[in-house]
Design a protein around this ligand. Structure first.
Ligand SMILES: *[C@@H]1O[C@H](CO)[C@@H](O)[C@H](O)[C@H]1NC(C)=O
Ligand SMILES: *[C@@H]1O[C@H](CO)[C@@H](O)[C@H](O)[C@H]1NC(C)=O
Ligand SMILES: *[C@@H]1O[C@H](CO)[C@@H](O)[C@H](O)[C@H]1NC(C)=O
Ligand SMILES: *[C@@H]1O[C@H](CO)[C@@H](O)[C@H](O)[C@H]1NC(C)=O
Length: 231
């Protein structure tokens, strides 16, 4: 073994240590909608899942053409959104629930980001994030879907202010990920789910939560995406 191999072994150990959190990601099995749903709940904050976060649930299933996602925000206080916002406005500065979705198994450089706000407005784009962690001075670009409703990316939203619950259903066409109609069974995905909380008093300082919390206040870290199998 030469000097360099030894050196690499030495520096390799801490690097692998740092990646441990990311490689040990959660997984979820998702059935077809006539069989039920696959569900996750989370109540840990970003970064690192250190703090308590309002309980959030995501239920998924698939049909012939779509991924169906139900986002449920429990313990919602503010229902805070910007009334002037419409499709693809910066909803993410306020309160949103989000899914990052990639068809494949590796840590992706490109994935769909989908967001819905308490007033049923959506933001949707394919992200290009070649550093996989939104590294400074690396490209971080997106291509937005301009006609989501016509595309079949449709939501419905109900707020129950007394019960502090906000539910948004979303249909996300499988075709966006080159999965042909009826071909979803057996496909493998990487996904993460997020929620932001902020009130008029604390704006723009948000609380962040995630299914698999990233290790920085940055959702765009794809080594943290969980593994999802359509069964
Ligand atoms: C955060 O996770 C990324 C991706 O696994 C890793 O490269 C980085 O070293 C981690 N950073 C910290 C501060 O732990
Ligand atoms: C809502 O957004 C508009 C345009 O982006 C901005 O001018 C306005 O200040 C925002 N309102 C609130 C309540 O944050
Ligand atoms: C929400 O938006 C969708 C389009 O994405 C629309 O069909 C629906 O009627 C809207 N309203 C509610 C209350 O869900
Ligand atoms: C979401 O979909 C479920 C299942 O189809 C339905 O029971 C529920 O009423 C829907 N909620 C909203 C807000 O559209």
């Amino acid at each position: 073994m030469n000097r360099w191999a030894n050196f690499l072994l030495l520096v390799g150990a801490p690097l692998l240590g740092a990646q441990c959190t990311a490689s040990n990601v959660p997984s979820l099995k998702v059935p077809s909608c006539d069989q039920g749903t696959g569900s996750v709940q989370y109540d840990k904050s970003v970064p690192n899942g250190q703090g308590k976060f309002p309980l959030t649930q995501v239920d998924l299933c698939y049909t012939n053409n779509d991924i169906k996602i139900t986002f449920t925000a429990f313990e919602e206080i503010n229902f805070f959104y910007n009334e002037s916002h419409t499709t693809n406005d910066p909803l993410y500065e306020y309160e949103v629930m989000e899914a990052f979705i990639y068809h494949g198994t590796n840590d992706p450089k490109s994935y769909l980001e989908f967001e819905v706000s308490p007033n049923n407005v959506t933001w949707q784009a394919f992200i290009y994030n070649p550093s996989k962690v939104r590294a400074e001075s690396m490209p971080f670009d997106n291509g937005q879907l301009k006609t989501p409703i016509f595309d079949g990316l449709v939501t419905s939203t109900e707020l129950d202010r007394d019960a502090h619950i906000w539910v948004s259903n979303a249909s996300i066409p499988l075709g966006l990920f080159n999965v042909d109609d009826g071909e979803a069974k057996g496909t493998q995905w990487r996904m993460n789910f997020f929620r932001t909380i902020v009130s008029p008093d604390t704006f723009p300082d948000q609380g962040l939560g995630a299914w698999n919390p990233t290790n920085m206040s940055n959702f765009h870290m794809t080594p943290f995406f969980g593994k999802v199998l359509f069964v």
